[in-house]
Write a protein that binds this ligand. Structure first.
Ligand SMILES: NC(=O)c1ccc[n+]([C@@H]2O[C@H](COP(=O)([O-])OP(=O)(O)OC[C@H]3O[C@@H](n4cnc5c(N)ncnc54)[C@H](O)[C@@H]3O)[C@@H](O)[C@H]2O)c1
Ligand SMILES: [Zn+2]
Length: 381
């Protein structure tokens, strides 16, 4: 019997619970009554790839509310202002009041887009995040970031338009993960492996051990182990977010740590030929896996991390069926150029999150450029 867990997320502007367990979609109505007591109506935003049974369970659970539904095609090009506007129009057509609620039932694309609509509609209505991918459970649904991509002449600018709007509750029903394709599941594990590399200072030094002890049960989607994994990862993310709600910290701690591996990953995943936009190439989590290897290799080369820690990372990624090398990468200098364009780089200065022993990491712009090039070489086939 899998017990239900709860994690409190408290920031200067918000205080809410993430509930983790099984059969939570069945109890969506009860959670809505608790988290938004004045709500009488809801807009259910669903993910086109969810099994019909999951959506029907949500509809049945919300039978006591005036309910409307909108189904989204979750692709990055459709994570857009036109889709956001469609949700806003659905809110208006359904006459949602300020006290009512948007419910995002799907992966991170649905959560970010529906969350942003909830933030903007009548200057903000309640939202409940009901993530159905591992990545959305451990990362996207927690912390209040919402938004869409901007379709600019230069290409798709990822998450360029959005705002902070915390949910009233997060419901992570791990039973929904049974239908998630294996590659998408592994992509979520990449963020868990990342969390394990920064968890030390957040009083969770054994997050990596949890992975090492359970990776087979995790990939077999054992509900008890998944509940533990998701709970522990939300706890970590909540602790990071509590230190730096709006990513304004330039100090040692803060949300920037969550970008471990991501400067490399963003460069790699936006390179022509490797992007997943046309349904081929790398998923974000796969690019993160490569980015983690590059970041750890950089740390080893600059004597900030023992080789044994890099070996542990490689073993975890292998067991999670994630890539540690990629074919078709351009030469390292082209990747570094892309890294300088990253929206989190300040005025072209490269900033890296560098892993350290004991699951610590630091953010630095004091970079050894040759070591960055050599680190990228280690992830090239
Ligand atoms: N807000 C944040 O803090 C934050 C953090 C990380 C990522 N994100 C965003 O999240 C998005 C990525 O999220 P994601 O990895 O969940 O991707 P996603 O939303 O694209 O979902 C992945 C795929 O799984 C499908 N799917 C979802 N749940 C399913 C289920 N239970 N069974 C079967 N199929 C299912 C989706 O339809 C999609 O095809 C990106 O747009 C990223 O920018 C946001
Ligand atoms: Zn990520």
């Amino acid at each position: 019997m899998t017990s239900t867990q709860s994690v409190r997320i408290a920031t200067p502007t918000a205080d809410y619970e993430a509930i983790v367990g099984v059969d939570l979609v069945t109890r969506l109505g009860d959670h809505l009554r608790e988290a938004a007591p004045a709500a009488t109506a809801a807009l259910l935003v669903t993910d086109a790839n969810l099994p019909e049974t999951t959506k029907q369970t949500a509809r049945d659970a919300l039978a006591g509310f005036r309910l409307a539904e909108i189904d989204l095609l979750p692709t990055e090009p459709d994570k857009s202002i036109p889709t956001w506007q469609r949700i806003l129009e659905a809110c208006a057509a359904h006459r949602l009041e300020r006290s009512d609620c948007v419910i995002a039932l799907g992966g991170g694309i649905v959560g970010d887009t529906a969350g942003f609509a909830a933030a903007a509609y009548r200057r903000g209505v309640n939202v409940i995040q009901c993530p159905t991918t591992l990545l959305a459970m451990v990362d996207a649904s927690v912390g209040g970031k919402t938004g869409v991509n901007l379709d600019a002449p230069s290409g798709l600018l990822k998450n360029f338009v959005g705002t902070f709007h915390h949910p009233k509750r997060v419901l992570a029903d791990v039973a929904t993960l049974h239908s998630l394709p294996a590659r998408e599941f592994a992509a979520g594990l990449a963020e868990c492996i990342k969390h394990a590399m920064i968890a030390g200072p957040f009083a969770q030094p054994d997050l990596g051990q949890l992975l090492d002890d359970n990776l087979e049960a995790i990939t077999a989607r054992d509900e008890t182990v998944l509940t533990e994994l998701v709970t522990r990862n939300i706890t970590l993310k909540a602790a990071v977010v509590a230190t730096d709600e709006h990513e304004t910290s330039t100090g040692a701690a803060g949300r920037a740590l969550l970008n471990l591996g991501h400067t490399f990953a963003h460069a790699i995943e936006t390179l022509p030929g490797l992007s997943h936009e046309q349904g081929k190439g790398l998923l974000h989590g796969e690019a993160v896996a490569l980015g983690l290897v590059a970041a750890a290799a950089y740390a080893v080369m600059t004597n900030q991390l023992p080789q044994a820690d890099l070996d542990t990372l490689l073993a975890r990624l292998n067991r999670a069926a994630l890539p540690t090398k990629a074919a078709g990468l351009p030469d390292p200098a082209a990747i570094v150029d892309r890294m300088r364009d990253d929206k989190k780089a300040t005025a072209g200065t490269l900033r890296l999150v560098v892993p350290h022993p004991d699951a610590a990491a630091t953010v630095t712009s004091n970079i050894d450029a040759n070591a960055v090039l050599a680190a990228i070489d280690t992830i090239r086939v």
